[in-house]
Write a protein that binds this ligand. Structure first.
Ligand SMILES: NC(=O)c1ccc[n+]([C@@H]2O[C@H](COP(=O)([O-])OP(=O)(O)OC[C@H]3O[C@@H](n4cnc5c(N)ncnc54)[C@H](OP(=O)(O)O)[C@@H]3O)[C@@H](O)[C@H]2O)c1
Length: 347
């Protein structure tokens, strides 16, 4: 099989195609022939050696794939996949989360992390779903429990997670506010955002509060982190919920240098429980990469996402399909803020 390796910490040029032995399905796993693999912001952080959850370098990253099942390993005696109703046979079209190794033409995955692809879903769309839609669903629905008459602020509204959150918030019927670079606004409006702020040229707190006669946000999804989290508190209404799940604030040209990172960490709010109590706020943190053991609860999230697909409420916004051979260009797109939605790699 072919794999994209991060050969050492560095720029996009450190991505290398290498040959490897085809995987044999481990007990309780299935091997998927990958037809499309999603690219995540975390992959770019792993490439510069600044993503603590990644395997040690050199390594193969990739949190999500879509493809065909080609081999099924022996069942576990206590088969968690079967317990949650996930069993597959060769030829099945599947997609799901991989605990790394997604940048490969073949990968071995526990079936509980896989879902059958609906007939009207392409491999590219399927590979664009797991990271973005699981994260957006958990942040928006589980953590923020956003309601139809509520206002939600989605930071990085034009990123993969941001677009997913817009679609899920529209499904709920919430009023959607977003921050993103200006060139993304027209498309984000078409996707369902009501009000957008170019946070790079405007003070987004002032603008959001002006638009809502605020502080008026009932839910905030923050993937920026650092000092941005402190500013979120300035737009939050009573009974607001804040879901924090990213840390892109100190990232510069695809790298995360030490001093800006330190400034960003020190700039995070140290909100006291009494402040939460008196403000009627709820603040939560989310890391999809630390939920591998929550098999049946994650399974239900996947099923809800598939229900939303079936209703036509969600469709990943595909920004680019890029061949494995040009993986460096895929990473450049994210680092240089050129993407609106998802970048997907094709073997
Ligand atoms: N905790 C979790 O489980 C989890 C899961 C998924 C993603 N995340 C995090 O959520 C964030 C968004 O992920 P994503 O996949 O939606 O991202 P993405 O699609 O790669 O978003 C890229 C966009 O991020 C924006 N951005 C903001 N600050 C940036 C910076 N310093 N450098 C480069 N781009 C920056 C840019 O859009 P604008 O120019 O429009 O701002 C850029 O086009 C990332 O921080 C990611 O690590 C966390």
């Amino acid at each position: 099989m072919k794999q994209i390796w991060i050969s050492r910490a560095g720029g996009p040029e450190v991505l290398e195609i290498r040959e490897a032995v085809d995987p044999v399905p481990a007990q309780g796993e299935v091997v998927v022939e990958v037809k499309a693999a999603g690219v995540s912001f975390a992959d770019t952080m792993a490439r510069v050696g600044k993503y603590g959850d990644a395997p040690p370098l050199p390594c193969v990253v990739g949190y999500e794939v879509a493809g065909d099942v080609v081999a099924v390993g022996p069942a576990l005696t206590d088969d968690v996949g079967a317990d949650v109703g996930a069993s597959f046979k060769p030829g099945d079209r599947v997609f799901g989360l991989t605990r790394f190794g997604g940048y490969s033409t073949m990968v071995s995955v526990p079936p509980a992390q896989l879902y059958a692809m609906p007939a009207d879903m392409t491999y590219t769309q399927a590979a664009a779903i797991p990271v973005n839609y699981f994260t957006a669903y958990l942040a928006l629905i589980r953590f923020c429990n956003v309601q139809p008459d509520e206002r939600v602020l989605i930071h990085n509204a034009g990123g993969g997670v941001g677009v997913a959150a817009i679609q899920l918030a529209k499904r709920v019927g919430a009023r959607i506010y977003g921050t993103a670079s200006a060139w993304k606004h027209p498309r984000l409006r078409e996707l369902g955002a009501h009000e957008l702020v170019d946070y790079r040229t405007t003070d987004w707190v002032e603008e959001i509060n002006r638009l809502t006669d605020g502080p008026g946000m009932h839910a905030v999804l923050d993937s920026i982190g650092g000092r941005n989290l402190k500013r979120d508190l300035e737009v939050m209404a009573p009974l607001a919920r804040l879901a924090a799940f990213g840390f892109s604030e100190p990232v510069r040209k695809g790298d995360r240098p030490f001093l800006p990172t330190l400034r960003s960490v020190l700039g995070m709010p140290r909100t006291h429980m009494l402040t939460l109590l008196n403000s009627n706020w709820s603040i939560g943190g989310l890391n999809l990469g630390h939920l591998w053991t929550e098999v049946s609860r994650m399974r239900r999230v996947g099923e809800e996402i598939l229900r939303a697909w079936g209703e036509g409420a969600i469709r990943p916004e595909i920004f680019a399909e890029i061949s494995f051979d040009d993986a460096a260009e895929a990473h450049r797109m994210l680092g240089e803020r050129r993407n609106l939605g998802k970048v997907v790699l094709l073997p």
